[in-house]
Design a protein around this ligand. Structure first.
Ligand code: A3P
Length: 316
């Protein structure tokens, strides 16, 4: 028997209330501990549905990230790279000139939370989608499809998240976000578990997972766009190199360009996150943590993370 989205909602309700709970740093959202990760309670049904119902296609591409680690940028770069035959990146009518990057690809949590996975089924291949879910929540993603993951220095992630949450709660102290990062009790956290899951998968299957770092992307965006295109099986041709396609993609998706577009200045993200869109484009640099943390706080977080990833071979 196939259960309806409504029936599934009821089935999940019991599972959810039995899970350990905590408040997120903003004090506004409830978190539940699900299979070793803290998820907003509204995303637990999405996690269950994703595990049970996500049907990958071999040419699917998933952009995965921990929040505030460069998702918007990687969404834009991957979309622009994959869609370049239809939408030339230097074109005056490129979707990224009129849409926020998050509107260019579906967010898996949002679809699977409401039983709207049919919308994903209806998309033509190759599909491009985005998730913040840790890898164990999308187990069929690998080796079923390709994943592009971005990680970032957790200290910069904390700063970025604090500014982001302050758009909902202007009085939110930095220490709340910092402490919740240290103890891992944050949406999709702990951050080390999230990153390690995808990093291990990238080591095991480099053909299926491309593991990127925000800081390296900043240093050499064009080099990484070439890597991305190669990984996606659509490397730039000599003709494209000649006409500067790579640089057009880099320029189109650059912080300076996206930040000033009307589509990224006006309106809110979505009903799940009623934050103004411009909150996605704050500083766009690495190392801003020095302006927000004492050296003691920085070493405390570094030490916690180092302890959690010790012996894995991974370093931030
Ligand atoms: P800061 O708050 O440090 O500036 P996410 O997209 O995962 O929410 O991450 C947001 C972070 O990425 C923010 O960092 C934001 O400014 C930065 N960002 C957004 N678009 C970017 C772009 N095109 N290039 C570089 N950084 C970008």
């Amino acid at each position: 028997l196939v259960s309806s989205p409504e029936q599934r909602k009821e089935e999940h309700a019991d599972v959810i209330t039995a899970l350990p709970s905590a408040w997120a740093a903003d004090g506004l959202r409830k978190l539940r501990r699900y299979q070793g990760f803290w998820l907003r309670d509204i995303f637990v049904p999405a996690a269950i549905n994703l595990q049970q119902r996500f049907e990958p296609r071999p040419d699917d591409v998933i952009v995965a990230s921990f929040p505030k680690c460069g998702t918007t940028w990687l969404n834009a770069l991957t979309f622009a790279t994959m869609a370049r035959a239809v939408y030339p990146p230097a074109g005056a009518d490129h979707p990224l000139l009129r849409l926020n990057p998050h509107q260019c690809l579906p967010f898996l949590e949002a679809l699977f939370k409401d039983g709207r996975e049919a919308e994903l089924e209806a998309l033509p291949s190759p599909r491009l989608m985005n998730t913040h879910m840790p890898l164990p929540v999308v187990p069929r993603a690998l080796p079923g499809c390709r994943v592009v993951y971005i990680c970032r220095d957790p200290k910069d992630m904390v700063v970025s998240l604090w500014y982001f949450f302050r758009r909902l709660r202007p009085d939110l102290p930095f220490s709340s976000v910092f402490e919740s990062t240290c103890d891992g009790k944050m949406s999709f956290g702990p951050v080390w578990g999230h990153v390690l899951g995808y990093w291990r998968a990238a080591i095991a299957r480099p053909d299926k997972v491309l593991f990127l770092r925000y800081e390296e992307l900043l240093r050499d965006p064009a080099g990484h766009v070439r890597r991305l295109a190669g990984f996606l099986g659509m490397p730039f041709s000599a003709a494209e190199e000649e006409t500067g396609t790579v640089n057009s993609i880099v320029q189109l998706c650059s912080f300076g360009n996206l930040k000033d577009l009307e589509a990224n200045k006006i309106g809110r993200l979505d009903p799940l996150l009623p934050i103004p869109r411009d909150a996605l484009f704050r500083n766009g640099a690495s190392g801003d943590w020095v302006n927000h943390m004492t050296p003691e706080m920085a070493s405390r977080l570094d030490d916690i993370v180092a302890e959690k990833i010790r012996g894995t071979g991974f370093t931030f």
